[in-house]
Design a protein around this ligand. Sequence first.
Ligand SMILES: [Zn+2]
Length: 894
Amino acid sequence: MSAPTLPPRFEPREIEARWQKEWDERAIARGPDRPKGPTYSLVLPPPNVTGVLTIGHMLGDTVMDLLVRHHRMRGDATVWVPGLDHAGLATQVEVRRRLQKQGVRFVELSREQALHEIELWKQEHEKRIHEQTRAAGFSVDWSRYRYTMDPESVRATREVFVRLHREGLVYRGERMVNWDPHLRTAVSDLEVSHTEEEASLVYLRYPWADGTAGGLEVATVRPETIFGDVAVAVHPEDERYRSLVGKEVMVPLTDRKVPIISDEAIDPAFGAGALKVTPRHDLVDYGVYERHPGLPMPPDILDDSGRLTGAWVPTEYRGLDRDDARTKVTEDLDRAGLLLRRQPYRHSVARSERSNAVIEPRLSTQWFVRMKPLATPAVDAVRRGEIRIHPSRWERTFFRWMDEIQDWCISRQVLWGHAVPVVHCQVCHREILTVEAPTVCDRCGASDLRPDPDVLDTWFTSWLWPFLALGWPERTPDLDHYYPTNVLVTGRDIMFFWVARMMMAGYYFRNARPFSDVYFTGMIRDEQGRRMSKHLGNSPEPLDLIRERGADALRFALVFPNPTDEDGSFGSAALDASRNFLTKVWNLVRFSLSFVPPGARPPAGPPAVSSSSALENRWILSRYRHAVEEVDRAIAEFRFTPAAAALYDFLWHDLADRYVEIAKEALQGRRGEPAQREASATLLFVVERSLRLLHPIVPHVTEELWHALPHPDTLLATASWPSADEAPSDPAAELEMEPLLETVRLLRNLRAEEKVPVTAIPKAWVRPSGSEVARVLAAERGTVERLARVSSLQILGERDEVPAGTGRRVAAFGECFLERPVASGATAEALLKEREKLFGLLEKTRARLADPGFRGRAPPEVVREAEAKAAELAERVRRIDEHLKQDGASTAAP
Ligand SMILES: [Zn+2]
């Protein structure tokens, strides 16, 4: 590709499309099949096909691309495996919702029609996700693309089920599950949310079974479940009821007798202290049932859609929905004189995150994974540091959950997902579990076999992802070369759904960790601090942002200025700042281009500098070296924002604002040819290397600028990562430069404070604190005069008189004085106005700091920033007061 010329304006759109195509054609992201030397691999958390990529995905993907590009430039054999998750139940819910809008009922479709609709959905969303991934410039290895429902995944999932079953870790059992009556399936604990809701606590009377008047008072929020009662229980130490244990009561509205029993689990403070026991529909009650072997297990009283059913339910209630049944039962109790009273009651209600239906705890026969034995190696690995969690504050949450881990219900009563690999012989009723579905029964030889109707939880496939994506269970070369992977980048919201389970699967099936590091990104909020959601409509479509602002601006805005591992806000301000920075870099490179001799290539290394070289050249090379060190360190420690901040500060402030300004005369040849040569070689070297450092975050614009330097034949994407050692560290140069830069800064501030007109070129004085500073300032006097726009800089000795009519500032290296414009009434008035403005700001900042809510909630750096701002404002107000006092005006002190 020939070197493009740089237009004056930075227009990302055309640039980004061009380089994406070029990278594709040159297959930069294609990991080698037979890598030599060190490898670096990671799997992309496969996005759910339920939707398209959100800004949250973009954050994680940007972090991954940054790591991948960084390691590719370091020369590692790099593989980043992309994929897609079929997202079982969640996808089915979305498809069902879409069909409903078109007036089609999902349940009325045939199996084939339903699967066809899901496939259409998958294809549409997969296409959009790929488009988004490409538009953002993420360098995934498309040749290794995987889908959690592809034939290899089907095989792997079946194999895992069969193997865990054989080894006693998958079992079928009747257990209490979270039943979603709306979707008619079990859902996992992690798919249930708990909210405080208003309900009505009903007090009713269970009549004595021996016919004596009265009865036992029982409170419940679910009177419709009385038909499933097998007992009424009280606490063994509850004096009120001790003598009643062993007696019998009638279940209201039925002719069934149940015993009064005692159990430790009963809370005597709840209701009247006596509780009905419904083992099939409540976890606590099920526990009571298990501790009292004499109690019967009733038949189901609710069907899978939450309607009353079964022999124990009186006919007039059968078929009623649980809500209607509650109303009717309450009315009938009232009519029978058994309803004592009702009181409002606030309690925690479990709802399905998939349908929002109230969860029905239900005793149901499902498949489970025994988790405790699998969890132990994962916990040990994190404890030993074999797997590191970043930021480490999430380790505690990880350990807490792992300690309390429950068995995992993996079967789902939905259509979309991997079939449970079980068939039932219809002749001898044998249950056959095999990886390959059999055609005849291995016991009786019958061919009338029926597959199990259930499917598996989607995470039962994705927990295998790090090795599944590399070809497992086949023994592929990729598995040998690229497993274990290096890092997993994801949101902490799926720490348990996915991350912890991948660790368990990795140790169990591969006998090795799936990754050495886990990095949790923050959750992105909008500029008002709200979580982004489809519902609020505050979540922008990444493709729109990329079209408007460019992928690079989006990427940089995600990494900077908010820490990527904290919940930060994202919006147009961040995008503007990021776009401004990229424009600054664009302009810097355009400026540098004028110093490239015709036909020349950028310097291969830094110019040889010595102690006699220009101070600014020695200084910028040393600063550059620090920037490389800081970026290397930050990336190695998974601190991506400090890496971006180091580059931002170096390029914007040190290189563009300071170095270029100071070296301008030399660059323009006004200090002679050798000085010109050294300055332009320094500038071009630092610019070229800075583009390499910036490339992993903003790949397109850096690739474009790098080619303009020119690099006609090679790609920046595959160029080598710079080594800090190339540039000399020069503490002496940095030390010398300090007073020079400080003097310029102070004189510029004084100019603003003293309201020196823009056109004026006042005189300036400096009284250095020592002879070394004096020497440097004397040597660089011309530079200071030029940058601070003063007519002369005079260096004062210790005993020299301070000139009258000057503004003054003090710093560590000495004092600065600036000639003050002749004071006039107008100036005093302007100063008073300025003071009023500053004082207002100061009061506001102080009030904010005094608010304990602010100090409690805001991140520490924001508090520090506010403190620094208050100090600065107070100082500026003080200075104006001092000034006004000299001029004879009076003010109140702040
Ligand atoms: Zn059989």
